[in-house]
Unconditional design. Structure first.
Ligand SMILES: [Zn+2]
Length: 628
């Protein structure tokens, strides 16, 4: 779901991420971000951190499901959702039949609350890695990051198969790959609107266009000897006041009188009733606002809303306004739009030129309407932007909805915007935003236009998938013909095409995290430490022990971060020092040689208990015992 994309912050000087993490659309910097690696051991200094018993519940990492445990496929058709069916993002599904596997999409998910410091989460591709010789291609349904973002990380793992994509997605993929110059070039095959890719004698794939928010979105018809699977990923139904357009009718006409074996479909907006607002209506409403605006116009939307951006720039041109864009993802997407000649305009100006024109001739596109700290709109709002200062005569349209996890940041952003005195318009008071994910009635309409035997909802949290399954059932699909997958589910259709089932075995589905320069699934300890640090901080004890006498050479040093304010906790510190001294010396006086491991363990235990008793907090206690 494109709307999860973090907007960017290219001009936040000094906050640039490593090159491979600076990608269009989601490079929110984390200054001083913790890097994994844990404590450093130095000569004679013995550092030790022991995981404490309390922690927030976490999903398991890297469940190992050895190849041998998964039964061979035989003549069945197997569908394996590898991501995107327990969350929004990291979409990836594999289809396996006979000797071939094809993969649909390779997305990423932005970090979750439970994974502090992690950049992104990827689908787990172990199942594919174990069957690398069968993979014939990766098919990309459209160019949003939750469908293409995993490519640089995952392609080497699955043997760099050819990538099949329509043109817009292909350029998005290529553009992103430039950020990873150390990787081998991708083999991208650009597909047409309705093109068939012959995989083998028993499998072929046909593309067809569908509506979303980015050009060249497509569905797939995967033909096998058992039957056809229709993949409809992120999708909306273009409509005028709830009546689907002629174009939509024409696109789905192809399924008339056809029996489809399995349908899979986006469930993101199943909870929203009715039809969504049409994109045409949104652009029309924004045009009305632009016409009525006397001063400068600032529009903030997701850079992924490519079709809206094109529409608005065309309006600006018609009304004789110059357009400047700010925000890295927005600039990148504009570049792609222009290189594909989806927009031919001469009215784009640079940010430095905006003051050369009267305010009513200037329209600005900026990223950051979700309140991302370093993104353009936040910097404009808190007056730290290099070129743009708000004036009371400005009009600002926030052309996006609120992503629930960003609620607080958006409140702060809006407060700052209102302080400037500018006129603010949001989707709450005007129809200036529509989602790219079809509401319930749109999904229903698609169900009614495809005659399928089996149904599998995808894309969304488990509860959304269940609601989508209910919708399918209410439209006549028998319950035994509907499967609700989890990440790693092995869904099989028997060779007769009469029965669908979910195996009790599962493909590996543990979290795969991108954390700075490392990609992997074995960083459980690191994440757990970060969670504890975030919750209760850390407490480092440095004690110098005389090897000859076993006594402390001086009172121990204490360093703490995020635990208690030390200056106001002198009593606590004094008591802690005494306990450390006693705990250490009880063991070390008379001990030759000194067992440092034992001393560290004892200090950790004793001090952790003491601090818990005194403060009801459990910081990570790190004793450093130095013998001299
Ligand atoms: Zn999308």
């Amino acid at each position: 779901m494109h709307e999860k994309q973090k907007e960017d912050s290219s001009n936040a000087a000094g906050h640039r991420r490593p090159y491979h993490a600076r990608l269009a659309g989601f490079d929110k910097p984390r200054p001083n971000a913790p890097r994994h690696g844990g404590q450093k051991k130095t000569h004679r200094a013995h550092a030790h951190a022991r995981p404490m018993p309390r922690m927030r519940p976490m999903r398991p990492f890297a469940q190992k499901a050895p190849l041998s445990k998964i039964p061979p496929l035989g003549d069945s058709l197997r569908i394996i959702p590898l991501g995107g069916v327990e969350e929004i993002g990291r979409n990836m599904t594999a289809i396996e039949y006979k000797n071939d596997i094809i993969v649909v999409d390779a997305g990423l998910q932005f970090k979750e609350e439970g994974t502090p410091g992690v950049d992104y989460i990827l689908p787990n591709t172990k199942y594919l890695e174990e069957r690398i010789g069968k993979i014939r291609g990766l098919f990309i349904t459209h160019g949003h990051l939750d469908h293409i973002g995993g490519i640089p990380y995952l392609m080497p793992r699955i043997g760099n198969p050819p990538i099949y994509s329509r043109q817009f997605g292909a350029i998005m993929i290529q553009k992103r790959q430039e950020e990873f110059p150390h990787l081998p070039p991708l083999n991208i095959k650009v597909l047409g609107k309705e093109e068939t890719v012959h995989i083998s004698d028993t499998m072929s794939i046909k593309t067809f266009p569908i509506s979303h928010t980015i050009p060249d979105s497509m569905g797939l018809i995967i033909k096998t000897s058992i039957g056809e699977i229709v993949f409809v990923e992120d999708v909306r139904v273009d409509n005028v006041d709830g009546v689907p357009t002629e174009e939509e009718n024409r696109q789905y006409e192809r399924f008339k009188d056809k029996e489809v074996l399995l349908l899979t479909m986006d469930s993101t907006s199943i909870e929203k009733r009715g039809f969504s607002l049409s994109e045409g209506k949104v652009i029309e409403n924004i045009e009305k606002i632009i016409r009525a605006t006397k001063g400068r116009m600032i529009i903030s939307t997701f850079a992924s809303q490519v079709e809206r951006i094109i529409g608005i720039i065309k309006i600006a041109e018609r009304l004789g306004k110059k357009v400047a864009v700010e925000g890295r993802s927005m600039k990148t997407n504009l570049e792609i739009i222009r290189s594909l000649k989806l927009l031919e305009t001469k009215n784009i100006i640079s940010l430095g030129e905006i003051d050369d024109y009267p305010p009513d001739r200037v329209l600005l596109f900026v990223t950051g309407q979700q309140g991302e700290e370093f993104a353009a709109l936040s910097r404009i709002a808190n007056k730290t932007h290099k070129n743009i200062r708000l004036r009371p005569s400005d009009t600002i349209i926030l052309s996006s909805s609120i992503i629930p996890t960003n609620y607080n940041a958006i409140v702060k952003l809006k407060d700052n915007l209102y302080r400037s005195g500018a006129h603010i318009i949001t989707y709450l008071d005007s129809d200036v935003h529509a989602s790219g994910h079809g509401n319930r009635e749109e999904l229903k309409w698609i169900h009614q236009h495809i005659n399928y035997r089996f149904f599998m909802p995808v894309h969304g949290y488990h509860n959304l998938l269940c609601q989508h399954a209910e919708l399918a059932h209410s439209l006549g699909a028998p319950r035994e013909n509907i499967v609700i997958p989890d990440n790693g589910s092995l869904i099989e259709i028997d060779p007769t095409g009469k029965k669908i089932s979910v195996r009790k075995e599962k493909a590996p589905s543990g979290l795969v995290l991108v954390d700075g320069f490392s990609v992997g699934d074995v960083q459980e300890v690191v994440i757990r430490d970060r969670q504890m640090l975030a919750q209760d901080g850390m407490f480092v004890i440095i004690a110098n022990v005389s090897i000859s006498s076993g006594r402390l050479k001086k009172s121990p040093d204490i360093i703490s971060r995020g635990f208690v304010y030390l200056r106001e906790s002198q009593d606590l510190l004094q008591q802690t020092r005494l306990i450390i001294k006693k705990t250490v010396e009880d063991i070390t006086v008379g001990m030759r040689p000194i067992d440092f491991e034992l001393v560290k363990d004892r200090v950790t235990d004793t001090i952790s208990k003491f601090l818990l008793q005194k403060t009801a907090k459990r910081p990570i206690v790190i004793p450093v015992i130095i013998g001299a």
